[in-house]
Design a protein around this ligand. Structure first.
Ligand SMILES: [Zn+2]
Length: 178
């Protein structure tokens, strides 16, 4: 099946008025702000978005983006492949001030004019969906990545065991003094 081509730029207001759709694929390499954060920028993102006007009269763009990215695990510094499925629910606004009036489930898409780069829209949504501190879900996966961080390095999530150790030594002091 042939992959539909995405336009480079759209008039989002017109797209909403026509209940248009954006379907297709974008190369991750064509999204420079995202690619800068990735270990490899090969691969593509599948775009499936629909525009329209909802019952509140809001011009919306909604649907989903799907891709797989490779990041660096911040615990073991090994590669971390992540499947991203991003639900998009945007309402077009002409000014920042309008954003405050949107219902909770819609995020503002600032489109002052009649020209919007589809890649920017997709890139912004993917950037928001990336984890702030990418990590394998558990330590076993870190070891499987083959480059487990040496124990001398403070691990990011060492806070809790250390708190318990501190508590244990406090208890010992307490016993000794009583
Ligand atoms: Zn890891």
């Amino acid at each position: 099946m042939q992959i539909p081509t995405l336009p480079d730029r759209i008039d989002p207001w017109q797209l909403a008025a026509e209940s248009g759709r954006l379907d297709g694929e974008l190369k991750l390499a064509a999204l420079p702000r995202l690619a800068a954060l990735l270990e490899h920028a090969d691969g593509a993102v599948s775009v499936a978005l629909a525009a329209g006007i909802d019952e509140q009269g809001l011009r919306f763009v909604e649907g989903s983006l799907q891709t797989e990215v490779e990041l660096i695990c911040q615990r073991c510094l090994g590669p971390l492949r992540l499947s991203l499925k991003v639900a998009v629910s945007l309402a077009l606004v002409r000014a920042e001030a309008e954003a405050a009036r949107l219902p909770e489930q819609r995020e503002p898409l600032l489109a002052a004019g009649a020209d919007l780069a589809v890649a920017d829209l997709v890139e912004d949504e993917l950037l928001l969906a990336l984890p702030q501190i990418p990590r394998h879900r558990d330590a076993c996966e870190c070891e499987a990545a083959g480059r487990y961080a040496p124990p001398s390095e403070p691990a990011l999530d060492a806070g809790q065991p250390r708190a318990f150790a501190a508590l244990a030594s406090l208890l010992q002091d307490f016993k000794r003094n009583n």
